[in-house]
Ligand binder design. Structure first.
Ligand code: C5J
Length: 219
């Protein structure tokens, strides 16, 4: 176990029992024409973290750690998309509608794929999740338990939606979670800052935060 410089105090990093969890780095959130932009967001904000995420992913792969990617996605018949999710608000394109990258947030469509710079390698786990949290209606907890994982190092988008929901789910299931602050992003900078503060407040009530250079230093 190696102490990793983190907030609010050192994170007891143990690669053998850790998974790198990369949340929803999909074209649908990061490229123009996808779900994120259809909600009225500026997707260029999210593009800025790609080099840092790629650097950590590369180092993690070299170190031999477990990698898990997630995609927010629904079945083609939308049977796993509650009307409350599909019909809320007035986006330009709703989940399941045809967009420039195929049907919005639907499994197998071009826009639903992880961006090429972070494409999963053969043997890495890819979780399709219908909700915000990666543990809801997925086999993630069973897979991590089977692999002896007790720590999650988390990156991805968006910080206050799918990343924060997943961290809270993981915390409730007993994982020690570290969120890499320069490897997560929101369409709303203030929401990202608030999430980082919330996660590590009250003695790491949800988990720890650190800069990726501090993880790279111990990998
Ligand atoms: C959103 C996500 N923002 N991956 N999904 O709807 O955070």
């Amino acid at each position: 176990m190696k102490p990793l410089d983190a907030l609010p105090f050192a994170y007891p990093f143990d690669l053998a029992h850790s998974a790198l969890l990369i949340i929803d780095m999909q074209r649908d959130f990061i490229e123009p024409g996808g779900f994120g932009e259809s909600l009225g967001n500026d997707v260029t904000l999210l593009q800025a973290i790609v080099p840092a995420v790629a650097q950590v992913l590369d180092a993690w792969r070299r170190a031999g750690g477990m990698v898990v990617h997630t995609r927010e996605s629904h079945r083609a018949d939308l049977s796993d998309c509650p009307p409350a999710k599909r019909l809320r608000g007035s986006p330009r394109l709703r989940i399941g509608d045809d967009g420039p990258m195929g049907r919005i947030l639907v499994q197998g469509e071009p826009g639903n794929q992880i961006i090429p710079a972070l494409a999963p390698l053969a043997g890495e786990t890819v979780i399709d999740k219908p909700g915000k949290g990666a543990f809801y209606a997925t086999p993630l907890h069973a897979l991590l338990t089977q692999a002896g994982i007790s720590q999650i190092v988390c990156m991805g988008v968006t910080t206050e939606v799918c990343v924060q929901t997943t961290l809270r789910e993981a915390n409730d299931r007993g994982y020690d979670c570290l969120l890499l602050e320069d490897c997560t992003e929101s369409y709303f900078p203030a929401f990202k800052a608030a999430t980082l503060a919330m996660v590590r407040a009250q003695g790491a009530i949800v988990g720890w935060t650190a800069h990726s250079r501090d993880l790279l230093a111990v990998l």
